[in-house]
Write a protein that binds this ligand. Sequence first.
Ligand code: KIV
Length: 259
Amino acid sequence: MPRAAEIAAMKGSRKIVAVTSYDYPTASICGGAGADVLLVGDSAGMVVLGRRDTLGVTMGEMCIFTGAVARGSKGALVVSDMPFMSYQASVRDAVRNAGRLARAGAGAVKLEGADLAAIRAITAAGIPVMGHIGVQPQSAAFGGYAARGTDPGDADLLAGQARGIEEAGAFCIVLERVAGAAAARITGEVGIPTIGIGSGPGCDGQVLVIHDMLGLYPDMRPPFAKIYDDLGARAAGAVSRYAEEVRSGAFPAGEHTVG
Ligand code: KIV
């Protein structure tokens, strides 16, 4: 069974574990630790490249990140984000750019919003698609990151989008910052898994940005992202010790010197 179909079949039997990865070492760690899905998110634009938002991420950058993650994935499904303006202008662009990501190593692609024509065409080309509704950072950059689904009208709108995305052929949907009750409702109404980020335990799986969960992105710590370790602080400590030892002459010792 293709990996995306295996992920879809997990709905109702076990929770799906997804985490972002952008490079070979991180992918090896996350794949080796048993993550089901490695998401090569366009969040890379912020957490790896230090930009203010995700809009500047290019197809070329996404292909490089995707190749590195695929080489380290250890059997996890690699899902790559389609960056801003790689699918919005035409269905033809959508299929061609999804193909570039698949050739770079992605087992599936993710695109933001209920762009049903693009989802249908990419799926028909044989590339599995993950949907993404709720807060959509590619458009939030113009409008804000406010939570979605907090009133009944918006919850209905999101549920309708989720059903459309399922009908268009997606194998899974990310729900970003959707109120917990609305996310649980959507999860019950669609036959494909939902993967939540800030959307509560009612989803079929969870995704976190690896830099958030490991304390590696100092500029912003989203309140819904649990910090499992503060590697940023630990790494700063290690580099300070190295600096002290170089300045004091304690490093390098004999065993760190060749011949
Ligand atoms: O780009 C990304 O990391 C994402 C997740 C937040 C779902 O789309």
